[in-house]
Design a binder for this molecule. Structure first.
Ligand code: OGA
Ligand code: MN
Length: 293
């Protein structure tokens, strides 16, 4: 029987009694969704799944997303295009060179973000599985955006209510000085609007919806919007809202992007780190979601 144990504040649940190689029945699936609504993230240890099994499990929760990496001449993806390759490896499973464009693009994950927030319909869940981890470092940090919202002073809550932020993939890379994008990449990822405060349909809780992609607040001068986004991000990533996951091979993390923000940690990039992520997309855009709420 599937069981849950709280391992950090209120937002990380450790799951036991489940082998992700096996098909998941409707009752277990409902229990996992309900646990995710409450916690925000579930940790499954000691799993032995291959890519197909990770896909089969993930697809139980909704439509799978596609990697955002636009194909470039000379690059062959290492994984099926449903996967986002969260590794430092090339298609031959060799460690990427320091100046490799793919490595620098992936460095954007070191900034606090929510997955696919640069799309009008972002991802609901992310499922990240560890095949290889470095001997130290390379942890992933998660911040609870519901607790961060709850802790805002009332004046701040009033200020952020009904605000819309524009999220741009290119902006998040420009921030770290990476600007090597082709015109078709810019065209493929125009900025996407999202409410700054979202209400979770499962729990009814409000959360701040932030990410390194957020570059402007609609109807505010750009500098004012960026300062507000910075202030909110600093507030939301204070230690009391953060859980740090130290990876072991065989860990699968499943989190709700509506509730949490995350970022990758530093590690020795000459060592292999092979994590593979799938996303389950929302059915409707965040703007439509806000209209029907
Ligand atoms: C991701 C991600 C962070 C990491 O999988 O979406 O941002 O620690 N990962 O690699
Ligand atoms: Mn991510």
């Amino acid at each position: 029987m599937v069981e849950f144990k709280q391992v950090h504040s209120l937002f990380v649940g450790e799951v036991s009694g489940i082998d992700l190689r096996d098909p998941v029945d409707a009752e277990t699936q409902a229990a996992l969704v309900s646990a995710l609504d409450t916690y925000g993230m579930l940790v499954f240890h000691d799993q032995k799944i291959d890519d197909e099994q990770q896909m089969a499990f993930s697809a139980r929760f909704g439509p799978l997303g596609q990697t955002a990496i636009v194909k470039r001449k000379g690059y062959t993806p290492r994984l099926n295009p449903h996967f986002t390759d969260i590794s430092n490896l090339d298609e031959n499973s060799e460690v990427l060179a320091l100046n490799d464009r793919r490595r620098m693009m992936a460095l954007g994950n070191r900034l606090w973000h929510t997955d696919h927030a640069f799309r009008p319909i972002p991802s609901k869940y992310s499922l990240l599985f560890a095949h290889a981890v470095p001997s130290e470092g390379g942890e992933t940090e998660f911040a609870d955006m519901r607790a961060a919202y709850d802790a805002l002073p009332d004046a701040r809550k009033a200020q952020v209510a009904d605000k819309v932020a524009m999220h741009s993939l290119m902006y998040s890379r420009e921030v770290i000085g990476f600007t090597d994008f082709a015109p078709e990449e810019h065209a493929a990822f125009p900025p996407a609007p999202h409410p700054l405060v979202r209400t979770h349909s499962g729990s009814g809780r409000k959360s701040l919806y932030l990410a390194a992609y957020a570059s402007e607040i609609r109807d505010m001068p750009v500098p004012d919007g960026r300062i507000l986004l910075r202030d909110l991000t600093e507030h939301a990533t204070q230690r009391q809202f953060v859980y740090t996951h130290n990876w072991r091979v065989g860990d699968l993390l499943m989190w709700d992007n509506r509730s949490l923000m995350h970022r990758a940690g530093d590690y020795d990039m000459t060592q292999r780190r092979d994590l593979r992520r799938l996303t389950v997309m929302q059915e409707i855009s965040t703007m439509d979601e806000a209209r029907v709420a």
